[in-house]
Design a protein around this ligand. Structure first.
Ligand code: SF4
Length: 247
């Protein structure tokens, strides 16, 4: 979006990247590279306390009595995306207010035409141009960007630790980024909320190991025989829905 806005010579006062601290290393390199390419500074914003602090330490007032005594915000989930609010929206809003006060601002957001999220008070140039995610990737690739191969591996790229990723993205995370996968296992072993509704990270590891074994032995990794074997393999606290994946 930034590239095309600049190519169209639209006036841009400031280009902002808000960092959750949990982006892939290649994404930080991409931002540096983009900055050099456009010859304009990119303002990097970050919340005062890192993701890990909120994850392990920060304990909000609990409304749910079952959560009293649980330390840290733990994993976000579909109904509790604390990280988006605390590490992104709040940080950007505070920065803009401090820098531009009551000035009327036009905020361009880089949602693609095929992404569902929209807010009324923002502008979405990619939507105006009808550019889907695939169009955007092509546009950037034509200008030499490759995100260090991230988009050759993943369909979508966000925080590497995000529990809202699909099972397939997590499978790829484990295969291509074993160090991050190890860190994910550590984080999950030291917090209280289960990573996903259907699997802890430990259970995902067990599932992926089973898949690899079955592939080596020419056995299917879908269908009843697979899920029967999986239920035998998983730690007892699992609540995998038989024959399906909830996310
Ligand atoms: S990508 Fe996931 S972990 Fe990162 S801010 Fe969004 S919801 Fe949170």
């Amino acid at each position: 979006m930034v590239l095309r806005l600049l190519e169209e010579k639209r006036p841009l006062d400031e280009i902002i990247f808000c960092d959750t601290g949990m982006e892939f290393p290649q994404m930080y390199e991409h931002i540096d590279r983009l900055e050099r390419y456009i010859g304009r500074p990119i303002t990097r914003l970050k919340a005062p306390d890192p993701f890990e602090y909120h994850f392990y330490e920060y304990t909000p007032q609990r409304k749910n009595p079952a959560l009293i005594g649980k330390r840290g915000r733990s994993w976000p989930g579909p109904m509790n995306r604390w990280c988006t609010g605390v590490l992104k929206t709040r940080v950007i809003d505070r920065y803009l207010k401090g820098r531009y006060g009551q000035d009327e601002l036009v905020r361009y957001i880089g949602f693609a035409a095929d992404e569902p999220k929209r807010l009324k008070d923002k502008q979405y140039p990619l939507v105006e141009w009808g550019m889907t995610e695939a169009d955007c990737l092509r546009y950037c690739r034509e200008r030499g960007f490759d995100w260090g191969g991230l988009y050759d591996i993943f369909k979508r790229v966000s925080c590497w630790c995000c529990p809202l990723q699909s099972l397939e993205e997590l499978r790829k995370l484990r295969r291509h980024f074993p160090n991050l996968w190890e860190k994910l296992q550590y984080m999950d072993a030291h917090t209280w909320r289960q990573y996903r509704k259907d699997y802890s990270v430990r259970q995902l590891e067990q599932r992926f190991q089973l898949e690899e074994e079955r592939i080596r032995n020419g056995l299917p990794i879908t269908g009843r025989p697979f899920y029967t074997a999986l239920h035998r393999r998983l730690d007892p606290q699992n609540n995998v829905t038989k024959g399906s994946d909830s996310r």
